[in-house]
Structure formats: structure tokens, C-alpha cells
Design a protein around this ligand. Structure first.
Ligand code: PHB
Ligand code: FE
Length: 327
């Protein structure tokens, strides 16, 4: 029994083996079950499993496009060079009572703090990229040597297309076995019959056989790239660990099974839509929303991103409508 309220110091002194991590006015501490976030004016709390899964994505994606909401209070906004870390910035109640807090950091400085925290707080046997049913527990005191292998995975990015000479290689059965949910996928190679002289310009591969071997969830890898057009394939299971606040339109193509999306207003978090995507469905996520997906069974999703660096400004200034088509 204790009558002492937790502070960063008392949390560290609990002898669980975790350090506290600070940058600017923010201090992060963890205990058996939770991440505690202290900031000037208040404190916030998140389940440690959800926090580590979100932290892993934010780090691995270089703070991603736009806003990465860890939950409806805490997150980061990418300004491509600098990053804002915030409490309540996109939460109506925090904003209207002026209880929000925002600090700006050099991306490389915040990444360093996040990298160190992720390394310190991830237990041996827990992989923040894995589906909950495919990994060990994140809870309890520090044990073992952490999980450097899982948290330093490099994001897979094809320069042009998977399988081209000198580009991302196919996934083989030994290193990347076909996931338990995709045992029924066809794994045969397509036949390519190029016109004489065009052998170097035509390419095809079995996309399902590539994506179905992904050992991670909610982690799009760029499988083909033409100028700013990036096709990012990913396998999804359980919940997208972040709620993504767009700074541009992005398209989703549901290639197998089903994902249910919560779509909320980007600024306030007010619910706007439920989108139920079945295999074969295509949807455009507008530039003024945030979204979080739920995938009851492992499914294949293609996220089509536009990497044009001028887009955030064009949407923010109203030059482009937040939706890509009018019906
Ligand atoms: C998204 O925010 O659009 C997103 C992120 C990760 C995924 C899928 C979608 O795996
Ligand atoms: Fe998104």
C-alpha cells in the first residue's frame, strides 16, 4: 500500500528498471502497465502496449505525413525538419479550456529521445510491430535484453519496383514464411512476355506472395514508386496503433478481407464517418480528417500516397479541396 502520488521520480524509484526520458518540458516514465507523460501544466497516461506500438510507428516512419495521434490527447505533427509534440492540440476540450501544450523540436533530437525510450521500455519477447496474437507481453518490470532486432527494422522501400534488378528483393519462405492467415494465397509467378527489345522495361511479380509474407502489421512498405506516386502495401491485424491526421489525401485499396475505419475531424476529433472496407473496395481519405483502422483478421491493404512536398501547403491554404473527387 502507498499513500504517495506518482511522480517521474517515484516511478523511477519503484525499482522496475526503467529510466525516465525527458526532452524540453516533457518527461516520460513507465511502470508495469502504463506510460506516464508529464508536461508543464499536467500529466497524461496511456496503456504501455498502445504507447509502444504508436512510438514504434512514429520512429520508424520518420514522424510520417501530418499528425500522428497516439490517442486523442498526445501526439506529434511533422513539419519535415522540425516536429511539434503536443498535448490536446487536436482535442476540442483541451483547446477550448486552453489546457493544450505544444513544443517544437528538431526532428533528429526528438527521434533520438524516442529511439532511446523505445529501446529502454521494450521488453525481450515483445515486438511492437507484431499482431498482439503473434508476440509476447509488454507488461511488467524490465527483463531480458530488450528487443533491438524488432525495433531497428528498416522500412522496406522500393526505388522503382519490388523484384527489379538492384531493387527490393522478393521474400523467401525461410526468412519470411507466408502468414498463418494467408495460407490460401496463390504463390505462382506471373508470366511476362515482353516485345523484343523491351525485356528491361516490363516487369511483374506476385504481389500477394510478397505482401502475405510480411512479418509486421500496420507498417506500409513502398512496393512500387513512380515519381511522387508511392504504392505502399501492408498487412493489418488488430488496431492501427496511431490515429493518422492527414495533411494530404491518401487512397486505400482493400486487397483482402475487411477493415473498419473510424474517421473523425482532424482538428477536433469529432466523429465524421465509419467506413467499412471489404476486399476490392477503394476509398479516398480526405485531407482534413484523422482515421484509425480495425482489422479483425489479418488483411492486405494498399495505401497509395502522394509524396509531393507542396501538398500540405496547398491543402492548408484552401487551394485544393480536402477531397479528391466530386460526384
Ligand atoms: C494510415 O495512416 O493511412 C495508415 C498507416 C499505416 C497502415 C495503414 C494506414 O498500415
Ligand atoms: Fe493515413
Amino acid at each position: 500500500m502507498s499513500t504517495v502520488a506518482s511522480t517521474p521520480q517515484t516511478l523511477t524509484d519503484k525499482g522496475l528498471g526503467y529510466a525516465t526520458h525527458s526532452i524540453g518540458g516533457f518527461t516520460f516514465a513507465r511502470d508495469e502497465y502504463f506510460a506516464h507523460i508529464f508536461y508543464p501544466g499536467g500529466r497524461h497516461i496511456m496503456p504501455i502496449d498502445a504507447f509502444l506500438r504508436a512510438l514504434m510507428r512514429d520512429v520508424a516512419w520518420g514522424f510520417f505525413y501530418g499528425t500522428v495521434n497516439f490517442d486523442n490527447v498526445f501526439g506529434t505533427v511533422n513539419h519535415y525538419g522540425t516536429v511539434e509534440m503536443f498535448i490536446g492540440l487536436f482535442n476540442d476540450a483541451y483547446r477550448s479550456s486552453n489546457r493544450h501544450h505544444v513544443e517544437t523540436f528538431e526532428a533528429k533530437d526528438l527521434k533520438k529521445t524516442f529511439d532511446e525510450m523505445l529501446d529502454d521500455w521494450t521488453l525481450e519477447g515483445f515486438d511492437p510491430f507484431a499482431a498482439p496474437a503473434e508476440t509476447g507481453t509488454p507488461f511488467g518490470p524490465k527483463k531480458g535484453g530488450g528487443n533491438k532486432k524488432a525495433i531497428t527494422r528498416q522500412r522496406m522501400v522500393a526505388n522503382r519496383m519490388v523484384g527489379l534488378k538492384g531493387d527490393l528483393a522478393y521474400r523467401d519462405e525461410k526468412e519470411y514464411p507466408l502468414n498463418r492467415s494467408f495460407q490460401d494465397l496463390p504463390t505462382d509467378q506471373p508470366e511476362v512476355h515482353a516485345e523484343p527489345g523491351f525485356e528491361q522495361d516490363v516487369h511483374a511479380y506476385n504481389f500477394l506472395n510478397y505482401v502475405g509474407r510480411s512479418d509486421v502489421t500496420w507498417n506500409p512498405s513502398v512496393v512500387s514508386c513512380v515519381k511522387d506516386s508511392q504504392f505502399c502495401a501492408t498487412t493489418e491485424e488488430h488496431i492501427l496503433p496511431i490515429t493518422h491526421g492527414n495533411d494530404r489525401v491518401e487512397w486505400f485499396i482493400q486487397a483482402s478481407d475487411e477493415i473498419i475505419w473510424d474517421v473523425d475531424d482532424r482538428a477536433t476529433g469529432k466523429p465524421r464517418a465509419k467506413v467499412i472496407m471489404k476486399a476490392g473496395d477503394v476509398a479516398a481519405m480526405p485531407a482534413d480528417i484523422r482515421h484509425r483502422g480495425y482489422s479483425p483478421k489479418r488483411s492486405i491493404l494498399i495505401v497509395w500516397e502522394n509524396n509531393d512536398a507542396t501538398l500540405p501547403q496547398q491543402y492548408a491554404s484552401g487551394k485544393l479541396t480536402p477531397y479528391p473527387v466530386e460526384f
